[in-house]
Design a protein around this ligand. Structure first.
Ligand code: SF4
Ligand code: F3S
Ligand code: FES
Length: 234
């Protein structure tokens, strides 16, 4: 099929093009091609200056989240046949654009680091493993599927107006450890999330849940963290 692909471009170093602008490309593609294949075609055969992140091409690394036909998705998991023959591609919102579809992910990872996304337990280790029941493991299973693509956080209207909001991805990561029966730092994480940039900013808009390419029930996890904060402070 013949596609018209409109891409939002930006190059701070290009004279006359130092503001965002749209560029359209005519590309031939198969319905089963992924948008990532289409972007590669544009880069390889039309304009090698087009900048976008990608790595695994299989929905694992989380590097190619972008706004595709108005929705946050991964380019490598989005098929052309689901997009029609006129496609628009923009960078994810709420983070500074560095070039074309590449945004500055540092503020996103600052929020990630703020919730201590790692296992904390200073108790002497048991002789064997730190055991956990199947039910205990299931309590935080959803969050383990997160690939840190930022599709959720950058689809959140609260984040768009206040970039200091830690955002759904950081809360999902916090959830993964708060509800791990082996971890001992839940109180510290909940204190961070109880601050004014934490969970109470969330207004249950659900954009994050709709955007997540891993099918994580993001809003539900945020609600569970809100309840944990309230329960801890009761
Ligand atoms: Fe991406 Fe989903 Fe993780 Fe958000 S929760 S960063 S959308 S994988
Ligand atoms: Fe934003 Fe998701 Fe809450 S979109 S407002 S974090 S439910
Ligand atoms: Fe790795 Fe798409 S390129 S998730």
């Amino acid at each position: 099929m013949q596609l018209k692909v409109k891409i939002r471009r930006y190059d701070p170093e290009r004279p006359g093009k130092d503001r965002p602008y749209w560029q359209e490309f005519a590309v031939e593609a198969e319905p089963g091609d992924r948008l990532l294949d289409v972007l590669n075609q544009v880069k390889w055969y039309h304009d090698p200056t087009l900048a976008f992140r990608r790595s695994c091409a299989h929905g694992v690394c989380g590097s190619d989240a972008m706004l595709i036909n108005g929705r946050n998705r991964l380019a490598c998991k989005t098929l052309v046949r689901d997009l029609g023959d006129r496609i628009t591609v923009e960078p994810i919102r709420g983070l500074k654009v560095e070039k074309d579809l590449i945004v500055d992910m540092e503020p996103f990872f600052d929020s990630y680091r703020a919730v201590m996304p790692y296992f904390v337990n200073d108790e002497p280790p048991p002789a064997g493993e730190r055991l956990q029941s199947i039910e205990e493991r299931q309590q935080f299973d959803a969050g383990t599927k997160c690939i840190l693509c930022a599709a959720c956080t950058t689809s959140c209207p609260i984040f768009w107006v206040n970039g200091n909001y830690l955002g759904p991805a950081a809360i999902v990561q916090a959830h993964r450890f708060i509800f791990d029966s082996r971890d001992r730092a839940a109180a510290t994480r909940l204190a961070v999330l109880n601050q004014n940039v934490g969970v109470w900013r969330c207004r249950t808009a659900y954009n994050c849940t709709e955007a997540c390419p891993r099918g994580i029930p993001v809003t539900q996890l945020i609600e569970e963290v809100k309840r944990a904060v309230m329960f801890q402070n009761a």
